[in-house]
Ligand binder design. Structure first.
Ligand SMILES: [Fe+2]
Length: 254
């Protein structure tokens, strides 16, 4: 399989420079994430479609690095990367831009093939221990977890206000098609195959947390550091600093 740096060397360099200017600490959208998602795109589809999705993956975090940018500014930024650092023609470039702009929205039957690949690859790139570490880095001001909400999600927590790091981490289970048919589930059979070990790892981790709670009898321990149980509590993070495409029917800003 070709590597992303073999296919789009100029684009890889351009995005690497951009990431370096912003820095990765606390953004949860570092250059490694972009390359991981691009690698998954090529793994899911090695044809031209997968390569276009990989180009979009390289550009998909610009909204996170520049959260105050408008959609128009994002368009200009991504377009300039593709014009100066890739050899894509107009048609291919527009397909890539569409995928970049729409990658954080819920699954839609009208998604292009390239966008389907990118959405699944982005979810795969937000699974596993590294993604959990990024969640913790991003939400370093939140409690790690609430002993009452391990097996099930905290009903007061939301994507915008997760209340604990664990809530954000366990939200990835919404991408597991075995858990239901939500609008953020993985769609490509190969993506599901690749994702299952990570979903199972996360579920096993939750079981062990439950076991540790029972072993140490901390079930009723107060959660230190939590400011409010209300879902209307103030937002903790910039909308441009999320870790991955999640749920809800609003546009994700990931
Ligand atoms: Fe991403």
């Amino acid at each position: 399989m070709k590597r992303i740096s073999d296919i789009f060397p100029g684009l890889v360099s351009a995005i690497k420079r951009e990431a370096a200017t912003v820095g990765s600490k606390g953004t949860a959208h570092d250059f490694i994430h972009d390359c991981t998602v691009a690698g998954y795109c090529l793994l899911l589809d090695s044809s031209e479609r997968g390569q276009l999705a990989a180009a979009a993956a390289l550009c998909h975090s610009t909204d996170r690095r520049f959260p105050v940018d408008s959609v128009r500014q994002r368009l200009v930024r991504v377009k300039s990367y593709l014009l100066t650092a890739s050899r894509l023609d107009d048609v291919a470039r527009n397909v890539v831009i569409d995928a970049v702009i729409n990658h954080d929205k819920p699954n839609d039957p009208d998604d292009s093939n390239v966008l389907v690949i990118l959405k699944d690859a982005d979810r795969l790139g937000n699974l596993g221990l590294v993604a959990a570490l990024r969640c913790a880095q991003l939400h370093h001001d939140l409690p790690t977890f609430d002993p009452r909400f391990v097996s099930r999600p905290d009903p007061c927590a939301t994507y915008e206000s997760p209340l604990t790091v664990l809530h954000d981490v366990r939200s990835a289970l919404e991408w597991d098609p075995r858990e239901g048919k939500g609008r953020y589930c993985l769609r490509l059979p190969r993506a599901v195959q690749l994702g299952i070990p990570y979903f199972d790892w996360l579920k096993a981790g939750l079981v062990l947390i439950r076991q540790q709670i029972e072993e140490t009898s901390i079930r009723s321990a107060p959660v230190v550091g939590q400011v409010s149980r209300s879902s209307k509590s103030p937002r903790r993070v910039s909308p441009g600093q999320r870790t991955g495409p999640r749920r809800r029917d609003e546009i994700r800003r990931r």
